[in-house]
Design a protein around this ligand. Structure first.
Ligand SMILES: [Zn+2]
Length: 305
C-alpha cells in the first residue's frame, strides 16, 4: 500500500507541475451548501447573466440569401438571431480571458433556490430552437473554451429531420455526439409557432399544450423548458409545472437572482448586432439600469423566428 501511496504522490506532483491541478480547482467553483463550513469565505454571486443565442453562421456554413429563403419581409443576413461565428468566438474568448465560467442548469437551479453558492463570474449559456448550426458552428467554439451550454430543442424536428423548416435542425445523432458540451431542454415538441404576432401557446388548449410538452420532456429526459418566443402567462406557467418541468426560461433582458420566480428566468438576447461593449456591459452586471422598467411579463413581442 505504501508503494501505491508513493506512486499517487508522484502523480500529484507531476500534475501540479503541469498545471492540471489548478484546472481541477477551477471546476470545483460551485459548492453544495453542506460544504460551506470549509468554504465559508467563498463569495456567492448576487446575479447571473443567462445568455440566449439562436442561430450561427460562418464562411463554411453560410446563411441562405433572402431570395433563397423566400420568407416575405425576412432577411436572414441581417436578422438579429443569426450570429456570425467570429463574433461569437470573440465573446467566448473575452469571457475565458476574464475568468468567466459556465455553470450547468442543475447548478443554476440550486443557486436560484439559495441552495448552492456560486462564485462571481459564473454565467449560463442557452441556445434556442436546436438549429444545425449549433452543432456545426457553435459546438467547436464552446468546446475550445471548455464551456457548457443548454440547447432548447423543438423535438418534432429532432424526430423528423425531413420536416420543413426555415433553417436545418440538429439530428438526434448530432445531439448525442455533442453531449460533452450540451445538455438539452424542451422548446415544445411541435408548438413553436406564431399566431397574430404572439406565441401559439396563447391560442392552444391547455390539454394540447400539456400533451405536447410532456412528449418533448420524455424524448429529452429533461426538466427544463424555454417558452417559445418567451411568451407565457400564469396559465401556461401552470401547465409547464404540471407537465413535470422544474424550471422555465423566458426572454426580457434581465439578470437572474436568488429566490426569483423559477418559472420565469429571464435571459439576455445576444443579437447579431450587439457590440462587444454592450456584451461586456451585460456580463459586468451594468445592463439592467439602462433598460426600461419591468414591463408586463405577459406581453412579449416576437422578435425572432
Ligand atoms: Zn424559439
Amino acid at each position: 500500500m505504501r508503494k501505491y501511496g508513493k506512486i499517487i504522490a508522484i502523480i500529484t506532483t507531476v500534475l501540479c507541475f503541469l498545471g492540471i491541478v489548478p484546472l481541477v480547482q477551477a471546476q470545483e467553483q460551485t459548492q453544495p451548501m453542506e460544504n460551506q463550513q470549509v468554504q465559508q469565505e467563498q463569495e456567492n454571486t448576487t446575479y447571473i447573466p443567462v445568455l440566449m443565442y439562436h442561430n450561427f453562421w460562418n464562411e463554411q456554413y453560410p446563411l441562405p440569401t433572402k431570395e433563397e429563403l423566400g420568407i416575405p419581409g425576412y432577411d436572414p443576413q441581417t436578422a438579429p438571431a443569426n450570429l456570425y461565428a467570429g463574433k461569437f468566438e470573440q465573446q467566448m474568448q473575452w469571457l475565458y480571458e476574464n475568468g468567466w465560467q459556465t455553470i450547468t442548469l442543475d447548478e443554476f437551479y440550486e443557486w436560484v433556490q439559495g441552495k448552492r453558492v456560486v462564485s462571481p463570474k459564473s454565467f449560463v449559456i442557452t441556445i434556442d430552437d436546436g438549429y444545425k448550426s449549433v452543432y456545426t458552428v457553435a459546438y467547436p467554439i464552446l468546446k475550445k473554451y471548455n464551456y457548457k451550454a443548454t440547447v432548447f430543442v423543438v423535438t418534432s424536428y429532432m424526430v423528423d429531420p425531413n420536416k420543413k423548416a426555415n433553417f436545418p435542425h440538429m439530428t438526434a445523432q448530432e445531439m448525442a455526439k455533442a453531449s460533452d458540451v450540451f445538455t438539452y431542454g424542451s422548446h415544445t415538441h411541435d408548438l413553436h409557432m406564431v399566431k397574430n404576432g404572439k406565441s401559439l401557446l396563447f391560442y392552444t388548449h391547455p390539454s394540447v399544450i400539456k400533451q405536447d410538452i410532456e412528449k418533448s420532456r420524455n424524448l429529452l429526459y429533461t426538466e427544463y423548458f424555454a417558452y417559445p418566443y418567451g411568451g407565457y402567462d400564469g396559465d401556461i406557467e401552470n401547465i409547464v409545472r404540471e407537465a413535470g418541468y422544474k424550471m422555465a426560461f423566458t426572454t426580457g433582458d434581465r439578470y437572474a437572482y436568488v429566490n426569483q420566480d423559477i418559472y420565469a428566468i429571464r435571459r439576455f438576447d445576444i443579437t447579431a448586432q450587439m457590440s462587444m461593449d454592450e456584451f461586456i456591459t451585460i456580463m459586468e452586471g451594468k445592463a439592467q439600469k439602462n433598460l426600461k422598467p419591468i414591463f408586463s411579463p405577459f406581453s412579449f413581442r416576437v422578435t425572432t423566428l
